[in-house]
Design a protein around this ligand. Structure first.
Ligand SMILES: [Zn+2]
Length: 343
């Protein structure tokens, strides 16, 4: 381990304790206490026990997020049991996936100091939760009894993920989760304000200058996220977020449509839209409106290929291209060719 930083705030940990990026309750729920997770390391990766896959954090930061973990646990339990959840639950679940995705990204830096030096992460979990548009697609799998069960993550070891942690997949026993978050992922096609002319002002700090325009379209258009076709048996949640654009000097007008389809306008938190399968058009889900998460089991998708292809598709639409991200795209293309040949 190299220089210590709090995984939540990025500062030197105050009253240091440890945060499990894959929480202990989930490790127990999935029955993987005795299993290992593959972590990057200079030269080679190495296997680390799930229970030891933990990182420095301030006591205060950690206790703040313990509350979130306590709140999300029953929601995830209901999803895995095929019971119903409401819009607020889906939004909270996506907060948690933001936390895990950013946590896994930062854990790569902990194990590889050279990588941390090169990437120079300019934000941490505190800044990465509910910050940009996001999607979460959930699928139940018909795995053979006793096979493939456990917790697996896909797409978090790619060069591109290290520089742009936009998308990853997670397998929790027989459930498959696909999670992604970036600007303009959802907003343009659900009638929310769009980012135009995003321009990186500083490659190191990641400070961006962005212009935001109101969306003329005041409705949902299928597919909401281009390059992402949900499985026919899945349920997918989409949430536009405009928090980044709200500042006292901004006079971004919030239309009545946006106001009526938001969970919290002061925080710039759009409402959740949901879709079963792909053919059915996505619908707005009220905060307290419940939907059933009963899903028909489907075949295991290609865990790596789906997410690598999506990471490249997202990257092709952003202005934030550097030597490293271009290299990451090429690495993903090579891996995709390799996976294609293995079929
Ligand atoms: Zn902290």
């Amino acid at each position: 381990m190299s220089e210590k930083f709090c995984i939540f705030c990025g500062k030197e940990p105050k009253n240091k304790n440890l945060e499990h990026v894959i929480p202990q309750w989930l490790i127990r729920m999935a029955g993987v206490e005795k299993k290992t997770v593959f972590a990057p390391h200079p030269n080679l990766g190495r296997n680390i026990s799930f229970m030891h896959f933990s990182f420095p954090a301030c006591t205060e930061c950690n206790s703040k997020y313990s509350k979130m973990e306590a709140a999300v646990k029953p929601v995830l339990e209901r999803v895995l049991a095929g019971q119903s959840i409401n819009g607020a639950d889906a939004s909270l679940l996506m907060d948690w996936f933001d936390k895990v995705r950013i946590g896994l990204w930062l854990s790569n830096m902990f194990y590889d100091p050279v990588l941390k030096h090169n990437v120079h992460p300019h934000y941490h979990i505190d800044y990465g939760v509910a910050k940009k548009d996001r999607l979460l697609s959930i699928q139940k799998l018909n795995l053979e009894e006793g096979k493939n069960k456990g917790i697996y993550c896909g797409g978090t070891m790619t060069h591109l993920f290290n520089y742009c942690p936009t998308a990853f997949t997670m397998l929790i026993n027989d459930y498959y989760f696909f999670n992604a978050s970036t600007h303009n992922l959802v907003s343009p096609r659900v009638g929310f304000p769009k980012v135009v002319n995003a321009c990186p002002l500083n490659d190191i700090t990641g400070v961006m200058e962005i212009d935001v325009v109101e969306n003329e379209r005041k409705k949902v258009v299928n597919p909401i996220v281009q390059n992402f076709i949900p499985n026919s048996e899945s349920i997918t949640f989409y949430q536009p977020i405009y928090r980044d654009f709200l500042s006292p000097k901004d006079d971004l007008p919030i239309s009545n449509y946006v106001r009526e389809h938001s969970y919290d306008t002061a925080k710039g938190l759009g409402g959740v839209f949901w879709q079963k399968g792909f053919v059915q058009k996505a619908k707005y889900l009220q905060k307290n409106e419940k939907i059933s998460m009963k899903l028909k089991p489907a075949a295991l998708p290609n865990l790596e290929a789906d997410v690598l292809g999506f990471q490249n598709a997202v990257q092709s639409k952003t202005v934030f291209n550097t030597v490293e991200t271009n290299f990451g795209v090429r690495m993903n293309q090579m891996a995709l060719k390799f996976l294609e040949k293995q079929k």
